[in-house]
Design a protein around this ligand. Structure first.
Ligand code: SF4
Length: 351
């Protein structure tokens, strides 16, 4: 695997203040730091050479003192439904995936980004869960995915991204600092300047970290991959539930709502004869009724050797109606990008 040297400090790990001090030490005026910072974030420079309003000697000095650890496109796959899956290579050779999901009719263009290489959780229905977690992505690597997918979006659809979901490879709340820092960059006017309400962090349900996210006051949305509304079933498909049972989880969600006043999103993959009965719907309703919530019922995409089948449309419709009749907002999401393994739970760096 090809890698680039990381002996030098990563320039994108520096705050603007730290960068200013570094440039002043090089004999530069403070405003130069703002120019460099703009290249690093807003303009998404891929190398120091690209920073053309800096002198050649300053560019050389920067290259001698810092590394710029950008991600690079490794492979792009286009689905017949417009979805684009990209595989990116990190500076140390690891591969991660991001997905662009266009809904052209609604002018809605969503990037689904990864937060870790692999995942330490082992949800049984998920292809990423079969890969070991190798490391967290840095905030800059998460930012790069958004930046590059936004460029793809502009090129393919003539429109910028409208939404970002942290729902790719990895558990975002276990890459907490990196994820929060990336949110900061994406929403900052010195970065991509996106409104925080356009961002959604999706978690398998780590109660302690949900509280921590609430305390950070990021103003982003929270989605919980619930998939089962009782502990016995959830333990079966999401081992994280054994240490974070539903009682602890919903307590943390109550806290999140109390702090942020943001509606909680529940992701619910419908598995045939496992979690698709009206009894299951009633249990889900009992969770949803605590604080304003919405439910996304997701069609299951079978992965190799998984013990589940997808629920029938008829069962999904009955399930959704049960919740809607009780005042819960429900969407049913037919899966996108299935032909290129870009759908939920399918990201696993397959060729
Ligand atoms: S569903 Fe999410 S948390 Fe679970 S194994 Fe897959 S990537 Fe990890």
């Amino acid at each position: 695997m090809s890698t680039i040297s990381t002996d030098l400090p990563d320039i994108r790990a520096l705050s603007l203040e730290e960068l200013t001090s570094a440039l002043v030490l090089l004999g530069e005026k403070p405003f130069r730091a703002r120019q460099v910072y703009e290249w690093l974030w807003k303009k998404g420079a891929r190398s120091f050479e690209q920073m053309t309003n800096l002198s050649v000697s300053l560019r050389q000095q920067l290259a001698a003192q810092f590394s710029l650890l950008v991600i690079t496109e490794d492979k792009v796959q286009r689905s017949s439904d417009g979805t684009i899956k990209s595989r990116f290579r990190l500076h140390d050779g690891h591969l991660i995936e991001s997905v662009l999901i266009p809904v052209v009719a609604d002018d809605r263009f969503t990037a689904c980004v990864s937060s870790q290489v692999g995942c330490s959780l082992t949800c049984t229905f998920c292809a990423t869960g079969r890969m070991k977690r190798l490391r967290n992505l840095t905030a800059a690597e998460i930012y790069d995915q958004v930046f590059l997918v936004n460029e793809q979006c502009l090129e393919a659809f003539g429109k910028p991204l409208t939404n970002i979901v942290y729902m790719g490879m990895g558990e975002p709340l276990l890459a907490f600092r990196e994820v929060v820092d990336s949110i900061d960059r994406i929403t900052s006017h010195t970065g991509l300047d996106m409104a925080p309400r356009r961002l959604t962090v999706s978690t398998a349900g780590i109660a302690k970290m949900i509280r921590k996210l609430a305390d950070e006051d990021t103003k982003v949305n929270l989605a919980v991959s619930l998939h089962a509304a009782d502990d016995a079933k959830r333990n079966e498909i999401m081992p994280i539930n054994e240490s974070n049972n539903l009682e602890a989880l919903v307590d943390s969600l109550d806290y999140f709502y109390a702090k942020t006043k943001k509606r909680i999103g529940y992701e619910y993959i419908a598995f045939q004869d496992f979690n698709d009965s009206l009894e299951d719907a009633e249990k889900l309703y009992q969770i949803c009724r605590r604080v304003p919530s919405m439910v996304n019922i997701i069609e299951y995409n079978p992965i190799d050797n998984a013990p589940f089948r997808k629920a029938t449309e008829h069962r999904i419709d009955d399930f959704a109606t049960y919740l809607r009749d009780r005042g819960i907002m429900v969407t049913v999401r037919r899966s996108r990008g299935k032909d290129i393994d870009a759908a939920c739970g399918q990201l696993a760096n397959k060729d």
